[in-house]
Design a protein around this ligand. Structure first.
Ligand code: GLA
Ligand code: ZN
Length: 692
């Protein structure tokens, strides 16, 4: 199996800005020397270079870039080449103010910053296309250039007249008649009816913000317009003659864009990961960052790239915390475990001035090779070289936890049961965490993706249903699937209009119940769920719940657990319903983590869902990648104590930082018990069983 980048190695390197050092050729020489020492094989260049590439309108200077690409290539280092659209030169903003965004209060921004251009501006598109075409023609077939990095961290929105027009066109395309739009947005409320598409304005604090349908469609439009720009840049690259893969770097938990919609213009997904390690227990951070890796992998369901990460401390978080020894290695290999074919950093050499001068880098202002950070980076490089067999290997998951952008947008915008926090992401994370504790790989698809391949599908707080999702879930259960659904699901249609006739919409029969009311709890309140005697799932403990408590009326479902307090003591908290060939479990309240841990342990046992290990201590992550013939289990200890993991039969240790690199006789080969020091990573292998 080969990675899309065509490389049989895991990429190691990152953002490199030689344009900041053109007056210091000796520094550029040193960079290459240090890169080679640190096993750096890839750089990302040109991301913010427009000002140097086109210093005056129509005057292009590419020689410096060509020299860099060539020299790096001669030294075995590949280039990921960026289009420079994320930051524009000053001359352009001065001559063509339309390239500057207008904010939601309808004020045009001044020149400055980055990531702030108008996606609709014909001038910006013309200038972007011109430079992208030239870059593609010049470097698109260069053997040292392995892929394209479109712009940088797409985000933001523009409310200028050009964008307003595009929005109106987009709405007209979608709804055809203004009557249909008025119906979809429920504009009769407060007499907000529109008479024509030309009257529509994007949401603004100075105007309309209460029509939830408008807010939701605006978010969708921003994604469409950004996607259109991305595809426009991709086309320029293709028209320039380059057919190298194209990526765009995504951000952590970014809510401004639906990445599912954006990524169909990409050959592979990449993203930038900056966890606040050491702020709490490392394992807590590892779970969160593991979930983000899995969200990114699930977008295209294939290996992704870690495009940026920090080799040391960032300079934009509240506190700029250094990574303790071993942390960089563990964090980097965690990305690989979850499906990344790279470990790339921001940045390779620290800039001398401006806003990121104190952001961690592989080479710092001191400039010598004898630094702790460079040693840690070198260590990562060594391990990645040993793990090159993982390049392009896939991740198979039997369990999925739904994570849907549109539903989240609508839920967090709606004024509903708890305006002081619904905890959507935290709720998703509770199921995710519990399944990962069992050593299971987990996908996080949205409502547009297929669910057929999963034995277990968890649907937490799926407030909005779109694309006949209820039908698809019903079919899934009818066909024998196991569905776990929670409170606050199937409440509204794709325009955020409440379903009439009972919820969870379309699934009341399958779940064997109907939701009747939902209680928001104050921060200091809690209720409890206690098991009924002799419940069929064998639940035995009582757990606390907070924030949201839904009341349901069962119609065929078995009550497994019930509330203990308040006027709804005795109402169901957890139910189970056999429906056709499948099973539906319904969770009524925001339960504590231990509830989820115990629930999935029971379900996994019932369904014979197994990871590679029987016993996984708290703090250890077990993740599997596969090349179709062999499975590779990656074990990582994120706890602060040594940990013992008991693997199933047949797993062989093949790569271990301590053993392979530092010990001569590998006496722990062929073992089934793994001992891991804090922050240690070990890789095991097993021949895949023939499929019956
Ligand atoms: C983002 C950007 C980079 C850099 C880093 C700093 O991810 O893409 O250009 O600013 O943050 O952490
Ligand atoms: Zn605009």
């Amino acid at each position: 199996m080969n990675a899309i980048t065509g490389q049989k190695r895991l990429l190691h390197g990152g953002d490199y800005n030689p344009e900041q050092w053109l007056k210091h050729p000796e520094i550029l020489e040193k960079d290459i020397e240090y890169f080679k020492k640190a096993h750096i094989n890839t750089v990302s260049m040109g991301i913010f270079s427009w000002g140097v590439l086109e210093p005056e309108e129509g005057k292009y200077e590419f020689q410096w870039l060509e020299d860099r690409i060539n020299q790096l290539y001669e030294n075995g280092i590949s280039t990921i080449l960026a289009t420079p659209s994320a930051a524009r030169p000053k001359w352009m903003a001065d001559k063509y103010p339309e390239v500057l965004q207008i904010d939601e209060t309808r004020h045009r921004k001044l020149f400055g910053g980055r990531h702030n251009f108008c996606h609709s501006s014909p001038v910006y598109r013309e200038k972007t296309r011109a430079i992208d075409l030239m870059l593609s023609k010049k470097f698109g077939k260069h053997p040292g250039v392995i892929m394209w990095h479109i712009s940088n961290e797409f985000g933001g929105e523009c409310h200028c007249p050009l964008c307003q027009d595009k929005f109106r066109q987009w709405l007209e395309n979608k709804y055809k008649t203004i009557d249909a739009l008025n119906d979809a947005w429920c504009t009769t409320f407060w007499s907000h009816q529109y008479q024509s598409f030309s009257q529509i304005e994007s949401p603004s604090p100075r105007g309309e913000r209460q029509l939830h349908g408008l807010n939701l469609d605006w978010k969708r439009f921003v994604t469409e317009q950004t996607r259109d720009f991305l595809l426009f840049e991709r086309q320029a690259i293709r028209d320039g003659g380059s057919d190298k893969p194209v990526t765009a770097n995504f951000m952590y938990d970014y809510q401004g864009l639906d990445y599912h919609r954006l990524c169909d213009g990409l050959d592979l997904v990449s993203w930038d990961n900056y966890p606040t390690w050491h702020k709490r227990e490392e394992y807590e951070t590892a779970i969160d960052s593991g979930m983000q890796h899995d969200i990114m992998r699930t977008l295209l369901k294939k290996p992704f790239l870690l495009m940026e990460s920090c080799p040391s401390a960032t300079n934009w978080q509240g506190v700029s915390k250094l990574k303790k020894p071993g942390m960089l290695e563990a964090a980097s290999l965690q990305a690989v475990a979850h499906g990344s074919d790279s470990v790339l950093y921001f940045q390779l050499r620290q800039s001398q001035g401006a806003s990121e001068k104190f952001h961690g880098a592989v080479i710092d202002h001191y400039g010598g090779p004898d630094t702790r950070v460079l040693r840690e980076v070198t260590r990562v490089g060594e391990r990645l070289s040993n793990l090159s067999f993982l390049t392009g290997t896939e991740t198979e998951a039997k369990a999925a936890v739904l994570f849907d952008w549109h539903s989240r947008w609508a839920m967090e915008n709606a004024q509903g049961p708890r305006n002081d926090g619904l905890y959507y992401k935290e709720t998703v994370s509770k199921s995710y965490r519990a399944l990962r504790r069992l050593g299971l790989n987990v996908d996080l698809p949205d409502m547009t993706q297929s669910l057929d391949q999963y034995s277990l599908v968890v649907v937490p707080m799926a407030y909005l249903f779109r694309g006949q999702f209820e039908e698809r879930l019903k079919n899934y259960v009818e066909g024998g699937g196991c569905l776990v659904m929670t409170y606050w699901s199937g409440i509204v249609d794709e325009n955020d209009r409440c379903f009439l006739g009972g919820t969870p919409h379309g699934l009341m029969e399958a779940a064997g119940l109907r939701s009747t009311e939902i209680d928001g709890l104050y921060d200091w309140e809690e209720n409890h769920g206690r098991p009924l005697e002799k419940n069929s799932l064998g639940m035995t403990r009582t757990y606390s719940c907070r924030n949201l408590c839904e009341l349901v009326k069962t119609d065929g479902a078995e009550i497994i657990m019930e509330y203990t307090d308040d006027f709804y003591a005795g109402y169901p908290v957890l139910t189970s319903h056999l429906y056709k060939k499948g099973q539906v479990y319904y969770i009524c309240a925001d339960m504590e983590q231990a509830f989820y841990d115990d629930l999935y342990e029971k379900l996994a046992a019932l369904m014979d869902l197994k990871g590679p290990a029987e016993v996984i201590p708290e703090g250890v992550e077990v993740t599997v990648r596969t090349d179709g013939e062999k499975d590779y289990a990656i074990l990582q200890n994120f706890s602060r104590q040594p940990a013992k993991v008991k693997l199933d039969q047949g797993w062989t240790l093949i790569e271990n930082g301590t053993l392979i690199l530092e010990t001569e006789n590998n006496h722990r080969d062929q073992q089934e018990e793994a001992w891991l020091n804090p922050l240690e990573t070990q890789v095991f292998c097993k021949i895949k069983k023939e499929q019956a």
